[in-house]
Design a binder for this molecule. Structure first.
Ligand code: GDP
Ligand code: MG
Length: 370
C-alpha cells in the first residue's frame, strides 16, 4: 500500500512536522520526520486536526469513466439519431411531437400512444429516429454525458406567422453552443399570415441560411396540426444523421442518461433511460446517478415489455433503490457486487457533499503527488 511519512502528512495538512510528532507522542507513538505512517495512524492524526478521512468505500473510484472500456472500431454500428425539438413558446413544439408520433405509430400499436415515457422512437423508411419529449433547453443543459451531448440533431420550430422570437434566438444559441446541427421547421404553414420567406430572411442574421440561398441549413415547411411536411422532416433528419455518422457498440454493457424519473406508488422508482451505448438487459446490475439496483422490468415507448434495449433506445425501468434525476448518467456492471459498491459509494459521496461542513480529504488525496 501507499506510504506517507510524517513530514509528507504535515505538508498535506498544512502543518509543521513538529505538530504531527507532538500529536503522535500524545497518542503514544514516538516518531521522526521520515517515519512511515500506516492508514490507521493517518486517520487518527487527521481526526486530531478535525480533518475527516473518508471511509474505505469512498476510496473506490466512483467515476464511470474509469469503468468504461474503449469500443473496438469493428464493433461500432450505425445508431438512430436522438432529436430534440426547440423553439419559441406556442410555435408548435408539442403539436409537432404529437403529430410525428401519431403519423408514425400505427393503430395496432395504439395502446402505446397514451403511454408517456419522456422519449419515443419512430421509423421512417426503415430508419429509426429517437425524439426526446423534454423541453429542448433542459435536454441541452442538464443532459450532457461524458462531455458529449445526448442530442444529435435539434429541430428549431418557428411559426410562419410569427417569425423569429426571443426564445427562438435562445434555442439557436443553445444548439450552437452544444455544436448540434439545426434543422429549421417552419410551422403553421396552414395559417393565413404564414410567411416562410420572412422566417428565412430573419434567420440569416443567425447564420442559418437555406441551401437555395447559398447556405447549408435545411428548412422544412410544415403544418404540425395537419400533419403536413412531417415525412419530409423525418427524411431530412435521417439525411443529417447520416452525415453525422452516428455510431455505437451494441455488444457492450449499457451506458446512457436518465431522461425522466419518479416514484410510483405501486412500482417504486421508475426511470426512463436513454441507452447511448451498449445494450441494456432485464436483470442487469446498474448504477444510475447516485443510486443503483437491478433492472426488474423494462417497458418501451409503446408500453410493451422488452428484455433488452440497444443504442439510442428509450426505455422505462424499475428496480432501482432510489429515484435518480433527469440528466444523471447510468452504467451497467457485469459484477453485481461492484455495482452495489460503486452505487453505495456514490450515494455516500453525495451525502457527504450535501453535509459538506467539515473539511474532508480522502486517503487517495493524501497519497497523491508523492
Ligand atoms: P409549444 O408551446 O411550442 O409546445 O406550442 P403548442 O404545440 O402547444 O402549440 C401552440 C398553439 O399553436 C396550439 O394552439 C396549437 O394548436 C397551435 N398550432 C401548433 N401547430 C400548428 C399548425 O401547424 N397550424 C396551426 N394553425 N396551429 C398550430
Ligand atoms: Mg409545448
Amino acid at each position: 500500500h501507499n506510504k506517507l511519512t510524517v513530514s509528507e502528512l504535515a505538508e498535506k495538512l498544512n502543518k509543521e512536522a513538529s505538530e504531527i510528532i507532538k500529536k503522535l507522542m500524545f497518542l503514544g507513538v514516538m516518531a521522526t520526520k521520515n517515519q512511515d505512517l500506516d492508514d490507521d495512524t493517518i486517520e487518527l492524526i487527521c481526526a486530531e486536526f478535525d480533518v475527516e478521512v473518508e471511509k474505505e468505500i469512498i476510496l473506490e473510484d466512483t467515476d464511470f469513466d474509469k469503468y468504461i472500456e474503449e469500443d473496438k472500431q469493428e464493433d461500432l454500428i450505425e445508431r438512430p439519431a436522438v432529436v430534440t425539438i426547440m423553439g419559441h413558446v406556442d410555435h408548435g413544439k408539442t403539436t409537432l411531437l404529437d403529430s410525428i408520433r401519431h403519423t408514425k405509430v400505427t393503430a395496432g400499436e395504439a395502446g402505446g400512444i397514451t403511454q408517456h415515457i419522456g422519449a419515443y422512437q419512430v421509423e421512417n423508411d426503415g430508419k429509426k429516429i429517437t425524439f426526446l419529449d423534454t423541453p429542448g433547453h433542459a435536454a441541452f443543459t442538464s443532459m450532457r454525458s461524458r462531455g458529449a451531448q445526448v442530442t444529435d440533431v435539434a429541430i428549431l420550430v418557428v411559426a410562419a406567422d410569427d417569425g423569429v422570437m426571443p426564445q427562438t434566438v435562445e434555442a439557436i444559441n443553445h444548439a450552437k453552443a452544444a455544436e448540434v446541427p439545426i434543422i429549421v421547421a417552419v410551422n403553421k404553414m396552414d395559417k393565413e399570415g404564414a410567411n416562410p420567406d420572412r422566417v428565412m430572411q430573419e434567420l440569416t442574421e443567425y447564420e442559418l441560411i437555406p441551401e437555395d440561398w447559398g447556405g447549408d441549413t435545411i428548412f422544412v415547411n410544415l403544418s404540425a396540426i395537419k400533419g403536413e411536411g412531417i415525412d419530409e422532416l423525418l427524411e431530412m433528419i435521417v439525411l443529417v444523421s447520416e452525415v453525422e455518422e452516428l455510431k455505437a457498440n451494441p455488444h457492450t454493457t449499457a451506458f446512457g442518461t436518465v431522461i425522466d424519473a419518479q416514484l410510483d406508488k405501486g412500482r417504486g422508482s421508475v426511470a426512463t433511460l436513454l441507452v447511448q451505448n451498449g445494450t441494456l438487459h432485464v436483470s442487469d446490475s446498474i448504477v444510475v446517478g447516485n443510486t443503483h439496483g437491478r433492472v426488474r422490468a423494462m417497458v418501451n415507448d409503446l408500453g410493451k415489455r422488452v428484455n433488452n434495449a440497444g443504442p439510442s433506445t428509450p426505455v422505462e425501468i424499475t428496480g432501482l433503490n432510489d429515484v435518480p434525476q433527469a440528466g444523471d448518467q447510468f452504467l451497467v456492471f457485469k459484477d453485481e457486487k461492484k455495482a452495489r459498491q460503486i452505487g453505495e459509494a456514490r450515494q455516500q459521496k453525495q451525502i457527504q457533499e450535501n453535509r459538506g461542513e467539515q473539511t474532508k480529504v480522502s486517503l487517495d488525496d493524501l497519497f497523491e503527488q508523492i
